[in-house]
Design a protein around this ligand. Structure first.
Ligand code: MRU
Length: 345
């Protein structure tokens, strides 16, 4: 499996996911502006991967700073943090990673600016490594909830491509598969950007895990036919009450699952939980470019003159979520608040 983001020869290497599944192309970002563009334009996407990329973007910016004091170093670093924070509003991992990088710098304020450059890069490496480990743990906890023979529906892409590696929702699926549970994966294509058809299906095909791509409006059909026994999705931000923002269309799947008595699981690492907000109503929802909806591969598919709307995420209320699978274990949505640390690290 290729890496969505990595540090390569002094640059932030991103897999350009807009080119998948037909082309595997990497972009070496040598300045923070290009990193920010990569996040905004979806070369890299998925909540944990966005956070990791921002951390590397800050580390990259740090390498270019010429400063005599900590205050000077930090002052020069802040505009890069602000630039990255302005890329996408919904995934809280972005803000979590930026905050962690800032706190790391502050915690080492007595170090020389030269030493800080390495400290910042080491912290970005640590964020990446921790994410992979968290995904492995999520996979292990989640696999226990999947039975051999299950049909498992997922929405969007919460796989290796959306994380440091292995994936959250796809981590659960991978882990179940590795435990020899023969499952049938159904991937919603995920309009408008088709993360399911292009990315989830691509990843699973690479791993030889059987996957069937369906259009988003087919989920109810297959549930009613008894083909789906579990739903597993990722998350962009989980509020303290368990309400969960994820790719647009997730809410509809959750409501359908409840109607059919099918367990609906959210898989996400600790970095996706936003304890500062009490409900999903407070989650900012990104509105993306209308061209994502009006055109496919450059071909117009909407009638000129009609208005369009393109919210990139929706919020699934906690009452539709059977459990949240985290790196610390499996929790009911209302229990997630128990993970809140006395002080965030
Ligand atoms: O717009 P995207 O592709 O960044 O949206 C991604 C999702 O909604 C994922 O499901 C979510 O970030 C979880 S990724 C582990």
């Amino acid at each position: 499996m290729v890496n969505a983001v990595e540090w390569k020869k002094g640059a932030v290497r991103l897999l350009d996911q807009t080119k998948l599944p037909t082309e595997v192309i990497f972009v070496d970002c040598t300045d923070v502006e290009t990193v920010a563009r990569g996040i905004k334009e979806l070369w890299v996407r998925g909540a944990p991967a966005i956070g990791i990329t921002a951390a590397y973007g800050i580390a990259l910016a740090a390498q270019k700073i010429s400063a005599q004091s900590f205050d000077d170093f930090y002052k020069q670093l802040l505009p890069s943090c602000d630039l990255l924070a302005a890329t996408r509003p919904t995934a809280v991992n972005l803000f979590w990673a930026i905050q962690r990088m800032k706190e790391t710098a502050q915690a080492h304020r007595t170090e020389s600016p030269e030493a800080l450059k390495k400290i910042m890069l080491d912290e970005a490496h640590a964020i990446l490594q921790e994410d992979i480990e968290m995904n492995r743990a999520i996979g292990k906890f989640g696999a226990a909830l999947i039975e051999a023979g299950d049909g498992v529906l997922t929405h969007c892409n919460a796989g290796a491509l959306a994380t440091g590696g292995y994936g959250t929702a796809l981590g659960v699926i991978r882990s179940a598969w590795e435990a020899n549970k023969k499952i049938a994966v159904y991937a919603d294509e995920t309009r408008p950007v088709l993360q399911g058809a292009r990315l989830t299906a691509w990843e699973l095909v690479q791993d030889s895990i059987p996957v069937t791509v369906i259009t988003d409006n087919m989920a109810g059909f297959f549930m009613r036919r008894g083909k789906i026994q579990r739903c597993v999705v990722g998350a962009d931000r989980i509020a303290a009450n368990g309400d969960t923002a994820n790719k647009i269309g997730t809410y509809s799947v959750a409501v359908l699952a409840k109607e059919h008595g099918i367990p609906f699981y959210v898989a996400a690492p600790y970095s996706t939980i936003d304890f500062s907000i009490s409900s999903g109503d407070e989650i900012p929802i990104e509105e993306r470019n209308q061209a994502e909806l009006t055109h496919i591969a450059g071909n117009q598919i909407w009638a000129t003159g009609a208005t369009t709307a393109n919210p990139a995420f929706d919020v699934t209320p906690a009452k539709y979520i059977t459990a949240i699978i985290t790196d610390k274990g499996v929790f009911k949505p209302e229990e997630i608040v128990r993970l809140k640390p006395s002080k965030r690290g």
